[in-house]
Design a protein around this ligand. Structure first.
Ligand SMILES: [Zn+2]
Ligand SMILES: [Zn+2]
Length: 396
């Protein structure tokens, strides 16, 4: 086994690059400056770049020096996401967001920079027997940028045997990493329930079909879908995040609207919840002479790690952060990830790199006070470098 190269000489530049991205966050599919900076870094390494995939996405390719490096089947993909969120940052360090209402609150500035660090180490020492595609995707935050890159031919133009991704994880202290076999993030599905009654005067409720108490009853009963319907050892979420109805206090409205999200780790549980949403909504509405229409809007699929790739990723984590700091059995999260689309097509694994400072949990993702932990830039770069070298060694 070869010894991975030392990342120390590159850390200063990586921190500078990450903080520059942090100061210039761009929302989904608007990552033109970001992808330009990424392309410039990769071009300086001498890598061929394919731009404009899924909008602002790009792929850079590095072929190792090994004798079979170009063989079909000897290619893997590493993926980072580039987009920021519509959050007004409250931090006051000198690289705080310069774009009002936009912020790298999910650490994608760090993901992008860690992968550039990995590409740098690999490009300087390309003594491995295979090909790596570095995938920089747009629009992870609700934009399904991964799917758009796939629709633009990601896996046809760049066939790859496996694909890997990392997300920083504030609940895990920096210096620790984790992964698991099977589902690691949930599928996310939005739902909307439209309740139609009959409006009228607030003082004459008997002449109306008031949709508001019906909506309230439906929301209450939906709480039992998970608590009474889902195996306690399985995981699922039904959350109503918004209810909308009425104008003023003396009018009973015609309609009420309920909006929510439904998340599961498996397709069967999702199907069960969707049927439950329909059944409860339509029957409660009918019991009160109203009607209910349920609209399901499928979002990201479950992110499911394949066993071989997850086990392999865990071994590499152990090598990089020490066996005691690498977890191969982290709990799945009910957040969701468009990397799930990639894992539906290609085997692979998605893992966590701890982001909490000083051995403690850090500020949550999507919080206005969040920041990516720069200690992870060197660690993440070494992780990507080691993963590639070990992958092709085990393929030998
Ligand atoms: Zn996010
Ligand atoms: Zn994220």
């Amino acid at each position: 086994m070869q010894t991975p190269p030392d990342v120390t000489p590159y850390i200063g530049k990586l921190i500078q690059f990450r903080r520059d991205l942090h100061a210039h966050p761009e929302l989904k599919f608007e990552e033109t400056r970001t992808s330009g900076q990424v392309a410039a870094w990769l071009q300086a390494l001498g890598l061929p770049i394919h731009r404009g995939m899924g909008g602002t996405g790009l792929v850079a390719t590095l072929r190792g020096m090994g004798p079979n490096a170009g063989d079909p089947g000897r290619a893997i993909g590493l993926r980072a996401d580039m987009d920021a969120l519509p959050v007004q940052e409250v931090n006051n360090f000198d690289y705080v967001s310069a774009n009002p209402g936009r912020m790298h609150a999910c650490g994608h500035d760090g993901h992008t920079t860690m992968l550039l660090g990995g590409a740098t180490l690999l490009a300087k020492n390309p003594d491995f027997n295979g090909t790596v595609h570095f995938i920089f995707q747009p629009g992870e935050e609700g934009g399904a940028g991964a799917r758009f890159m796939m629709e633009d031919g990601l896996f046809d133009k760049f066939p790859m045997k496996s694909v890997f991704a990392l997300h920083n994880w504030p609940a895990l202290p920096a210096g620790e990493m984790g992964v698991r076999i099977g589902p690691i993030m949930a599928s996310a599905n939005r739902f909307e329930i439209r309740i139609r009654g009959k409006g009228g005067h607030a003082a004459q409720p008997h002449t109306t079909i008031d949709p508001i108490p019906i909506a309230c009853t439906i929301v209450g009963e939906l709480q039992k879908l998970v608590s009474r319907g889902v195996d306690p050892l399985d995981s699922a979420v039904v959350t109503v995040g918004k209810i909308e109805s009425g104008t003023v206090e003396n009018i009973i409205p015609n309609e009420a609207f309920i909006y929510g999200t439904c998340r599961t780790l498996g397709a069967a549980t999702l199907q069960q919840l969707v049927e439950g949403l329909q059944r409860i909504s339509t029957n409660i509405a009918q019991a009160h002479r109203a009607t209910a229409e349920v609209i399901i809007k499928p979002g990201y699929p479950t992110t499911v790690n394949t066993p071989d790739e997850a086990r392999f990723m865990a071994r590499v984590m152990g090598e990089v952060v020490g066996a005691g700091n690498a977890h191969d059995d982290v709990l799945p999260a009910m957040t969701s990830e468009d990397f799930g689309f990639m894992l539906e097509k290609v085997p692979g694994a998605y893992g966590f790199i701890g982001n909490g400072p000083d051995g403690k949990p850090g500020v949550n993702l999507h919080n206005a006070a969040y920041d990516f932990n720069d200690d992870n830039l060197g660690r993440g770069a070494s992780f990507w470098d080691t993963l590639v070298r070990r992958w092709f060694e085990q393929q030998a």
